[in-house]
Each structure stands twice: as C-alpha cells, then as structure tokens.
Write a protein that binds this ligand. Structure first.
Ligand code: GLU
Length: 511
C-alpha cells in the first residue's frame, strides 16, 4: 500500500522567508498537488531566542501572494494540530520521557561554563560515547542525586544517547543512499529544561511522525541533520513509517562561488525576499519581489526552474502546468545558479500575457502616486496606452516613465533630440502637418498614416526628419511606439495641440 502524500513546509519564524525557503515551499506544494496529497504549514518556533515578531505573518502573506496553498496549518487548522510547535510542549515532553524511559536518552547537568572549560581543555571535544562518562549526567551520577538536582530546580538538558560503531543509512530521493558512521555524531540536545522546550531535532521528527508526513522536502543545508533524524526515528521505533528525504540543491550566487546571500542581492540589485521586509529591530528595509514589481506567476515559474526542469526545454509554465509536470526525477543535485536576469525575463513574459485592462489596473495607482490625475482618462484609454508599450517593459513600473506622455503632454523636449531633429524650417513643416491632420475625419492609424506618407512624398520631404520632429512634439523625445498608434490613441485634437505647442516652445536654431 502506498501511503498518502503528506508534505510539510516547516519554517522557523526567525526573520523574513528567504527566496530559497520559498522554493522549498513551492516544491512541497507542487509535489503535494501532483499526487493529490496534503500540504502542511508547520511553524517551528521552539528557538525562543531567535523568534522575530512579524515573521510568521510574513510567511503566510508571502505564500498567499505566490498562490502556494496550505491545506493544514495554524490558520487553516486540521486534524493533526496544533501546527505551531510552541503550542505542542506536552507532546514533546511526553516523547522526551519515552526516550528517557527506554534508555535512549539521558539527562545532563553540565553548565555552559563546564562545557566551555572542557572544550578549552580537550581538542575537538564532542559530547558522545567516548566523553559522556566524564561528564555530569544521569549516566554518571547516582539516581538519587539526579532526582535531588532536578527537584532543586537545577537546569538540565536531555541528550540523545548515540551508540557508536553504527552505519547510519540516509536514503535521499535525489542523492541515493548515503552511509555515515554514528561515531561522528554527538549526543545532540533534544530538550532544555530552562525554557521547557525541545530543540529543532526532536520537535521536527516527532511532528513529522505524528503528522504522518510521507516526504520531507527541504534545503540541502539540512542534510547533515538527516543521520540524526534517522537514528531518532529508530529510537522511537518508527523506522517503518519514516518519511522519504529529499534535500534540494542550494541556490548559488549569480556569479562566482558559494551560496546566494542577501549581500549578492544588494550588490547586484535584486531582491532575495518574496515581500519587502521591515526589520523590527534595526528598522532596515529589505526589498521584496512583490514591491519590486514582479508578478507572482513569474516568481513561481522562475523559482520552479531553479533545480528542476520538466524534462524538455519548456520554460513558461503556469502553476497548473508545473503541478502536472513536477517530479523529483528531473530535480538536480548540484546547486542552482540564481540567474536573476532570467527572473526579469519571466516577468516580461508574464506581462505580455496580462490583458491590457489588467495591466492598466496595476499601472493606474503608480501614476497617481506620481501626482498624475488619472480620473481624467477613461479605462479604455489607459488600457490602450499601456497596451501599446507592453512589449517594451519588464515591470509595470517601467510604464510610469515610458507611458507618461499619454497622460501628461510634454512641456520640455529632450535636448539632444531637439539638436538633431529640430532644424530650420521644422516649425513651418509641423504647422503644415497640423493643418493636414486637422482635415482628417478618420484619425485611425490606418487612415492617417497613408495621408501623411503621401504628403511627405509629394513634397519631397525628408521622411526621418519629419517623423522624428513629429514624435518629438507629441512625445517629448524620440522614443516610443509606432507614431500613428500613438496619434490614434491620443486623438486628433490632442495631436494637433501638441504639434502647435512644440512649435511655440522649441526654438529653431539660427540658419
Ligand atoms: N525549521 C527548519 C527550518 O527553518 C525546518 C527544516 C526541515 O524542513 O526539516 O528550515
């Protein structure tokens, strides 16, 4: 019988979710959806020292923005709750006791100072089978002394008793079988009486077991913890239902060696967080994909391909297509270079798929923020304006500059274009052009363009000079979409008004 697919994304709320964490969440989600399984969001907040206010809300908001749906979690509820580890203390306490009772764990009283002294005295000191006999713990102290210490409120930890001389097998769906010697592992702390909380290792595997997790899909940085986790499953007698491991490859710097860091983002100008993050302590603001103008579909598609491919060279895939194609068979083991330019390309590509009215809806508030009264324009006008420029942008915000002329007539004209294009006689030509256009009943591009072309030809005018001066007058610089597309959109009156305004405002050079 194959077990139902149940996966979990298990972030610790210690700060903003890093883009690598988002990819982990996404792969969990794709795998769950692909197999009709369940996606769990578990908040691993047992490290009270590192807890950061706002981090949990940030995680929820980021996943919701990206469309990474959660089936069971703190907000969603579910039959295996609570889904926040700080609310599961009783469960962990019980499980720690189970290991103590079975002799698989022991209580240790060594103070931080004692441990420090030991580390200073013994090179490469490790708390394990070879050294635990020299330490202050329930294996070396008489039982009544242990009890007396606990009763007196002495602080203690519970350590996992790792048996030496074992070969520990970790099976990873991407990496195959990895065998390590148990001797290299130390007797990890599983629980601390000081805050009555388990450590990550214990809480993580107890929850994976109780929540019936079938696959642990997480970042490569957790691979070193896997042997310990295998031994913990075994100590509890849960090996038969232990989840499959998948350790995803690291995200690497866009350039050079090593893993992607926030500094790379700052240095090369791209966000490493899904949403903007305001650090509650330092007040520092880190940029996010959302606030930088990325569409969530583009971010999802970009991240999906960092460490996975569909088995062919298809690049643009919707969430549904990703779900359909996703499998670990085409996941790579080696690190994935974070090619952020590709992220821009995806954003460009998804913007092309956006209907013009949708683009207009995203664009309008950005223009209003720049002080432009957008209520003066019909939704249809705004849609046509942004539609004419869509193919030229990577971000909606690029339009605030590129489409501005549609909403604000130029009052200044690019000096270098004026120098090149506004020749002696240009003003007179532009006046003639205004008159010619004024006589048109049909101002569509299809009707206006041949009339103007004819006029240029008949009068043996220089096409480049006329059209560029025309553009300069209407746009303010020699840039933008096809000229007659612009004039069709802004209309006859506005076109003529701008032509005559330019004639008034731009000084012709002396002959
Ligand atoms: N709480 C760990 C983290 O912050 C979870 C690691 C795991 O998925 O096992 O990533």
């Amino acid at each position: 019988m194959t077990r139902p697919v149940r996966v979990r994304f298990a972030p610790s709320p210690t700060g903003p979710l890093h883009i690598g964490g988002v990819r982990t969440a996404l792969y969990n989600y794709l795998f769950a959806r692909k197999h009709g399984g369940t996606m769990i969001l578990r908040i691993e907040d047992t490290d009270s020292q590192r807890f950061v206010p706002g981090a949990e809300e940030y995680i929820n908001e980021a996943l919701a923005w990206l469309g990474i749906g959660i089936d069971e979690g703190v907000r969603e509820g579910g039959p295996f709750g609570p889904y926040k580890q700080s609310e599961r203390r009783d469960i962990y306490r019980r499980h720690v006791q189970m290991l103590l009772d079975a002799g698989k764990a022991y209580i240790a009283f060594d103070t931080p100072e004692e441990l420090e002294a030991k580390r200073a005295a013994v090179a490469n000191f490790q708390y394990d089978a070879h050294t635990r006999g020299q330490m202050r713990n329930s294996l070396t102290l008489p039982a009544d002394e242990v009890k007396a210490l606990i009763d007196s409120g002495a602080k203690y930890v519970v350590r996992f008793k790792i048996e030496p001389g074992r070969d520990v097998e970790v099976n990873d769906l991407l990496r195959g079988k990895v065998v390590i010697k148990s001797d290299i592992l130390d007797d990890k702390v599983l629980y601390k009486s000081a805050d009555d909380l388990p450590t990550y290792h214990l809480a993580n595997i107890v929850d994976d077991h109780l929540m019936e997790v079938s696959h642990v899909i997480r970042g490569e940085e957790w691979l070193p913890s896997a042997p310990l986790h295998v031994l913990l499953y075994e100590a509890f007698g849960w090996s038969d239902t232990a989840p499959e491991f998948v350790h995803l490859p690291l995200l690497l710097k866009p350039d050079g060696k090593g893993k992607l860091s926030k500094r790379d983002g700052d240095r090369l100008g791209f966000p490493v967080f899904p949403l903007e993050w305001h650090d509650p302590k330092s007040g520092e603001v880190s940029s996010g994909y959302r606030e930088s103008g990325y569409l969530p579909q583009a971010v999802v598609n970009f991240l999906a391909l960092l460490g996975w491919n569909p088995g062919d060279d298809t690049e643009v895939m919707s969430m549904d297509e990703l779900i359909e194609k996703f499998s670990f068979e085409h996941c790579s083991r080696s690190g994935a270079r974070f090619a952020f330019d590709k992220g821009k390309w995806f954003n460009h590509t998804y913007l092309q798929q956006l209907p013009d009215d949708e683009l207009a809806r995203l664009f309008t508030p950005l223009m209003e923020a720049e002080g432009v009264d957008m209520s003066a324009f019909t939704p249809e006008y705004v849609s046509r304006a942004v539609g004419s420029l869509k193919s030229r942008i990577n971000f909606v915000k690029d339009l605030t500059e590129q489409a501005r002329f549609y909403f604000v007539a130029p009052t200044e004209y690019a000096a270098k274009d004026v120098a090149k294009r506004w020749k002696p006689g240009t003003a007179a030509l532009m006046r003639q052009l205004a008159e010619l256009l004024g006589g048109l009943d049909d101002f569509s591009a299809a009707a206006a363009e041949p009339v103007v072309m004819d006029w240029i030809k008949t009068n043996e005018l220089h096409m480049g000079n006329v059209m560029n001066a025309f553009r300069l007058a209407v746009v303010g610089e020699c840039k933008g979409p096809h000229m007659f597309e612009i004039t069709e959109i802004i209309g006859k009156d506005e076109t003529i008004k701008r032509l005559l305004q330019a004639v008034d405002r731009i000084d012709e050079p002396a002959v």
